[in-house]
Design a protein around this ligand. Structure first.
Ligand code: 5GP
Length: 114
């Protein structure tokens, strides 16, 4: 199977501004940021989307949110606020089919989202 774009980042085949990494998760700045802070939090295990999450992935998904919380604090947006988003399939606006949590902040967000 071809590697996903994010596997290539994990394997250092394409560059990214990595802000966190451990054995299970990597986080890096989005190449096309939608706000002053826009980080993608990605499991190293390839899961296509939320539709493909299994019972065994519960700890991993929880860990992704802990990483988001820690990065929000580190970037100084924990108090002002931020948004965490999983886009799923076409209507959800997903373009990369390797699960990722967007952490977006540093400006006022609009609701409803576009
Ligand atoms: P999605 O649309 O699937 O929810 O989010 C994919 C995200 O990946 C987009 O925000 C897009 O800007 C980002 N992205 C796409 N290609 C690259 C890349 O090569 N490097 C980085 N750092 N981000 C990327």
């Amino acid at each position: 199977m071809d590697k996903t774009l994010f596997e290539k980042i994990i394997d250092r085949e394409i560059p990214a501004e990595i802000v966190f990494e451990d054995d299970y998760v990597i986080a890096f700045n989005d190449i096309d940021p939608k706000a002053p802070i826009h980080i993608l939090i990605v499991p190293k295990k390839v899961i296509r989307s939320i539709n493909d999450i299994g019972e065994n992935d519960k700890d991993l998904i929880g860990k992704m949110f802990l990483v988001a919380r820690n990065l929000a604090k580190e970037k100084g947006i924990d108090k002002s606020g931020f948004r965490t988003i999983f886009n799923t399939n076409d209507d959800g606006g997903q373009t990369v089919y390797h699960l990722h949590l967007h952490l977006i902040g540093g400006r006022q967000m609009n609701w409803p989202p576009g």
